[in-house]
Design a protein around this ligand. Structure first.
Ligand SMILES: O=C(O)CCC(=O)C(=O)O
Ligand SMILES: [Fe+2]
Length: 284
């Protein structure tokens, strides 16, 4: 088994102690009370969304694609929001809803939450909400723009595994992408021997809690219940902002271009490079 350490849960942090104990060291933490000032914390129930926005047509996707995927993902279909929420309530489904900016269609919802003053550098653009059915999973990835992510859980529980960025090679990151395809729950050490040196964190995020995912940290997410969250992003460093933009450009240009040129072969090439990079250190 992978060495997965618990994420601390805290209700007593302020700007200074958060910076000192977590942000400056890029260490994850769960806040149990950061969302307390949000009207949406209690208001945004499934019934509320059904009643107010049930007729909105929303795109739903099959599970296992990330929001920064390779462009091959197409929405499975568009259905009324109400129907989707009923699917969520009914039990396991691998239909997820993301990349849909509900706030564009319902700007008044923006009055129900706000950026936190726990640190500087929050983005003011519309944040995304993520919806998923019980049992659905989000492929291991990190967020390409290198911002810090505050994942605010509104409904249902999520299990999250976080891997620090120094292990990007050791988890066989596919070059020029933000994805890794190793199974952290059942690590295959024969096929992926470099995994033996990897450690990370694991936690369950309950409704009302906020998970701080530091810049560059890989995350795998399992929806333990049908549910949803809203992710706010922050970046308080100009150097990191620039790195993020370069990262986006590099990934999109190279990965998209090579995909076009090589098709299936590009995937095989990425796998081969990932393996070489991961095991270079191991057998050096
Ligand atoms: O919770 C999800 O479905 C995905 C969240 C995520 O990857 C993020 O906020 O960066
Ligand atoms: Fe993410």
């Amino acid at each position: 088994m992978l060495d997965l350490r618990p994420v601390e849960k805290r209700s007593d942090l302020n700007r200074a102690s958060f910076a000192d104990e977590y942000l400056n060291d890029l260490k994850p933490v769960v806040f149990t009370n950061l969302m307390d000032s949000w009207p949406g914390k209690n208001k945004w129930t499934i019934d509320f969304f059904k009643e107010q926005y049930g007729q909105l047509m929303v795109p739903v996707y099959q599970t296992n694609v990330t929001h920064f995927g390779d462009g091959y993902m197409e929405p499975a279909k568009k259905i009324p929001f109400k129907d989707y929420l009923e699917l969520l309530e009914a039990g396991p489904t691998n239909l997820r809803m993301f990349l849909f900016n509900i706030f564009r269609h319902a700007p008044e919802l923006c009055n129900d939450f706000s950026n936190f003053d726990i640190m500087d550098g929050f983005y003011n653009s519309f944040p995304y909400m993520f919806f998923g059915g019980e049992g659905s999973t989000v492929t291991l990835h990190y967020d390409v723009d290198l911002s810090h992510v505050f994942l605010n859980q509104l409904h249902g529980r999520k299990r999250v595994i976080l891997i620090p960025p120094q292990f990007s090679k050791a988890i066989y990151q596919h070059p020029f992408t933000v994805a890794s395809y190793v199974d952290l729950d059942n690590p295959d050490y024969d096929k992926f021997p470099a995994l033996k040196n990897v450690w990370g964190y694991q936690c369950v995020v309950n409704p009302g809690e906020t998970l701080f995912m530091p810049s560059g940290h890989w995350h795998f997410i399992e929806y333990m219940d049908g549910g949803y969250s809203i992710s706010l992003r922050a970046n308080d460093s100009y150097v990191r902002r620039i790195k993020g933009v370069v990262n986006i450009a590099r990934h999109y240009v190279v990965d998209k271009g090579m995909n076009k040129l090589m098709g299936e072969k590009w995937l095989e090439t990425k796998k081969r490079i990932a393996k070489r990079r991961a095991e270079e250190q191991l057998f050096a």
